[in-house]
Ligand binder design. Structure first.
Ligand code: HMG
Ligand code: MG
Length: 289
């Protein structure tokens, strides 16, 4: 029996959040519904963030209301604060995610507060999720390199990952937000984080800006990680990380994992269809470069 590895699909959220064209809600719903047929167990559908900060995600509630939910799939949403959590819960998100930064510069740019303030802000949200029985996931951004503060010390990533664990996150996803990590820097970072959390509570979230995401996934597999975030069609980036274009493409990760002997449970035909749909959504942008 081949060993399992899981891809957590990010396309509808991390993939689309940076697109300049305001994508019609119906197109987002169609993408999620297609992804629901591909074999994913977890799909990040949207984010309940300030629409002034990320206008593309302003229709979060409508997207969650419009999708056809398949049994056994968790439909996740990013929630930066209690306001976002309340809206995600009302929209019946099946899990929520909080997102912190390993650097002060990126924390300020992405959340308009320090790392410590963000963790304080997440505490009541985590408490509410626990009381409501909603699974809580955590992200750490800029785990190897920050566009504002330079190289990120691995100990700093371990500290923030441990804080997210202590808040009750069942899994911590480690974001190479600007895709500048290398197998060496990813390995050094993971070695520090693994002193705090076992590999089965970690995920790799590697952007492919420099074309090294697949190598970084292989380095992570070697240290025991088996969950990777990716976006169909390689869409996306973070609006508050200059140069963060390009999540690693789900279909490329699925192919690499299969070549390495892992079973992702994904249907390559539907995956390719979803990748084409995702690329067409991007192509619809008049000012896309
Ligand atoms: P702020 O301006 O400091 O917030 O932003 P505030 O509390 O002062 O509120 C300002 C306004 O926003 C108010 O409205 C609030 O009601 C509203 P006004 O009175 O001015 O009309 N507001 C909200 N509206 C809707 N939903 C909410 C919400 N909260 C406040 N939840 C804030 C602070 C956290 C809100 C802001 O910085 C924000 O929304 N940041 C999110 C940025 C973001 O979405 N970034 C991309 C996702 S993270 C990512 O991509 C990285 C990841 O992929 C991993 C990786 O690659 O590293 C996860
Ligand atoms: Mg990301």
């Amino acid at each position: 029996m081949p060993e399992r590895a899981e891809i957590f699909e990010m396309g509808p959220r991390d993939g689309l959040q940076n697109e300049k064209r305001l994508i019609p809600t119906a197109e987002k719903i169609a993408l999620v519904d297609l992804l629901s047929r591909a074999g994913f167990r977890r799909i990040e559908v949207t984010s309940f963030v300030s629409p002034k900060w990320v206008p593309q995600m302003a229709d979060a509630a409508q997207v969650l209301a419009g999708i056809t939910r398949a049994p056994g799939i968790r439909y996740a949403a990013l929630t930066p604060n209690l306001q976002g959590y309340a809206a995600a819960k009302a929209a019946r998100a099946s899990e929520v995610a909080i997102f912190a930064s390993a650097s002060e510069g990126f924390s300020r740019a992405n959340l308009n507060c320090s790392i410590a303030e963000s963790l304080e802000r997440f505490a009541p949200l985590a408490e509410a999720a626990r009381a409501d029985g909603l699974p809580l996931r955590g992200y750490v951004s800029v785990v190897t390199d920050c566009p504002f503060d330079g190289p990120t010390p691995p100990a700093q990533v371990a500290r923030v990952a441990a804080a997210l664990r202590d808040l009750g996150c069942y899994e911590v996803s480690l974001g190479d937000t600007i895709g500048q990590g290398t197998p060496a820097t990813i390995t050094a970072m993971l070695q520090a984080v693994l002193a705090e959390l076992p590999p089965d509570r970690l995920a790799g979230h590697y952007h492919d800006t420099a074309g090294r995401a697949l190598d970084n996934i292989e380095a992570s597999l070697a240290l025991g990680l088996r969950v990777f975030d990716a976006a169909v069609g390689g869409l996306g980036g973070c609006p508050y990380a200059p140069g963060a274009a390009g999540n690693v493409a789900t279909e490329a990760v699925a192919a690499r994992l299969a070549a390495l002997g892992f079973d992702t449970g994904l249907d390559p035909v539907i995956l390719e269809e979803a990748a084409q749909l995702a690329r067409a959504m991007r192509a619809g942008a008049s000012d896309h470069v």
